[in-house]
Design a protein. Structure first.
Ligand SMILES: Cc1cc2nc3c(=O)[nH]c(=O)nc-3n(C[C@H](O)[C@H](O)[C@H](O)COP(=O)(O)OP(=O)(O)OC[C@H]3O[C@@H](n4cnc5c(N)ncnc54)[C@H](O)[C@@H]3O)c2cc1C
Ligand code: FES
Ligand code: FES
Lengths: 285, 166
């Protein structure tokens, strides 16, 4: 399968990307790893007139610590995210999720920026991004902007990313030192994408009460979402089996969940609860 | 839509061709550079038979544009060995019957090279994990795992995974 014709430019810098997007009259499309975009172009679901390749821009690479946050360059591949020592030490739930994306070949090309900017309802990384209260750092026509991940996903493949702008990095909150985390994924048997993926960050204080809870769920809803009802139900409580089971029943409440050709709404809602319960339980000794 | 010049170092040789930006890397390798060892199975990034190394990492060449890898170093199955002088990976597939029809084999071997580059003593489990991105329609997976294990042993002897001088 061969995509429709297009022009191709390799961007030199972030400013260059924004300039090229502005000059392209809506025909320009950023290509990072190309592992979501090219499959769509090969099926001619999308036919951009100009591809702007951001993969060789040095400032989009790298990972750094900044006070209580970890900043990850948008062009970091899934493999690099899975293996990065700073990410593994401070926000391991992100590397755990990145390790479960596609297969090795996919992880060698696909990027964290593309995974989030694409707004695919079944992408893995939005779940840990929500649980780590991520901020997207964006460069556009009006300079720098920051958009919180909660509210970034508007619908399948629709995001709040402003026109003619590029995600340059993503900043993740480092959870309190007592917090543990897990990402649990139910793989679609054919595609390998998550039917549901649950990221949990959980802190328990010295009295055995939950004092920090962040849960991001992807795969099942129209868009990935924070399971705030579960978080509220758990906070301040002792994490007994009963409390966890009751709270996990609310896992689908904050999502917009429907039926599709893969799974019914009832099944998806149940899967959200079961995977939330298991992810939380896996963090208790 | 202008044609563009794409230059790569492929199996140690510098090669260039003028192509449309929409040309996929698989077609560039097979049609422009006449290296037909790299196969196209699914054309939808599922099967891995199109796998090649780009700048040291194994990738699926059906899901890349040739222009994206302009300036890169590529290794295809032809870069491993020759019939007279088989690479240990090829020798191992031969000796352990790691192929049946052979259609998936170039991709499987490149994925295995990617794995052994990082881990020259993989367990069966690690080999299976390392080959998660390839599918063998003849389903001879047990033999593939044995072949990769054998290849690892042969390569450990030679202390070389892939590169010049083979
Ligand atoms: C066979 C296969 C299996 C896969 N399995 C999984 C899986 O299990 N889980 C999963 O999460 N994903 C999976 N993926 C998708 C993969 O993770 C993609 O690589 C990723 O979602 C997109 O990243 P990319 O760099 O390839 O983006 P591209 O395809 O280059 O771009 C995707 C979209 O995002 C835009 N974009 C990219 N980068 C930026 C940026 N920095 N700023 C603004 N816009 C940008 C592009 O314009 C485009 O619209 C799979 C893909 C394949 C081919
Ligand atoms: S042909 Fe590329 S993965 Fe199947
Ligand atoms: S040997 Fe026939 S497809 Fe693998």
């Amino acid at each position: 399968m061969i995509p429709s014709k297009f022009d191709y430019v390799r961007a030199e810098s972030v400013e260059h990307v924004v300039q090229l997007l502005q000059d392209s009259d809506g025909e320009g499309k950023i290509i990072a790893g190309g592992h979501s975009l090219l499959p769509l172009m090969k099926f001619r679901v999308t036919e951009p007139g100009k591809l702007i390749d951001i993969s060789r821009i040095p400032e989009l690479k790298g990972v750094r610590l900044e006070r209580d946050r970890v900043i990850v360059g948008a062009m970091m591949t899934h493999r690099e995210v899975a293996e990065n020592p700073i990410i593994k030490e401070h926000i391991p739930v992100l590397s755990d999720a990145a390790r479960l994306v596609g297969d090795i070949q996919i992880r060698n090309r696909g990027t964290i920026g593309g995974n989030i900017a694409h707004g695919d309802a079944v992408a893995d990384l939005p779940a840990p991004a929500l649980a780590l209260d991520a901020n997207l750092i964006i460069s556009g026509e009006d300079g720098l902007d920051v958009i919180n991940i909660d509210g970034f996903f508007l619908g399948p493949l629709i995001t709040a990313l402003p026109e003619n702008s590029v995600v340059t990095s993503i900043s993740f909150e480092i959870p309190p030192s007592n917090a543990k985390s897990a990402y649990l994924k139910y793989f679609h048997p054919a595609t390998g994408y998550p039917v549901v993926g649950v990221a949990v960050v959980l802190g328990v204080n010295s009295d055995g009460l939950a004092d920090y809870v962040r849960i991001g769920i992807t795969g099942s809803g129209d868009v990935a979402y924070r399971a705030k009802s579960v978080e509220q139900e758990l906070i301040g409580k002792p994490l007994t089996e009963d409390v966890i089971t009751q709270a996990s029943k609310l896992a689908a409440d904050d999502g917009d969940i429907g039926s599709d050709l893969f799974a019914s709404e009832t099944y998806r809602r149940n899967l959200c609860s079961v995977y939330t319960r298991r992810a939380i339980s896996s963090l208790l000794d | 839509m202008e044609e563009v010049n794409v230059t790569v170092t492929i199996n140690g040789k510098k090669r260039s061709a003028k192509v449309e930006p929409r040309m996929l890397l698989t077609h560039f390798i097979r049609d422009s550079l006449s290296l037909t060892g790299t196969h196209i199975g699914c054309d939808t990034s599922q099967c891995g038979s199109c796998s090649v190394m780009v700048d040291g990492h194994v990738v699926k060449s059906c899901t890349l544009l040739a222009v994206q890898v302009d300036g890169s170093e590529i290794i295809t199955v032809e870069g491993l060995g020759t019939v007279q002088n088989l690479h240990p990976m090829q020798k191992a597939f031969w000796e352990e019957h790691g192929l049946q029809c052979g259609y998936c084999t170039p991709g499987v071997m490149m994925a295995a090279i990617g794995l052994l580059q990082e881990n020259l003593e993989p367990s069966d489990e690690e080999i299976r994990e390392g080959l998660e991105g390839v599918i063998c329609r003849c389903t001879g997976y047990q033999f593939i795992v044995s072949a990769v294990k054998h290849a690892a042993a042969l390569m450990a002897e030679e202390k070389q995974v892939v590169g010049e001088g083979r």
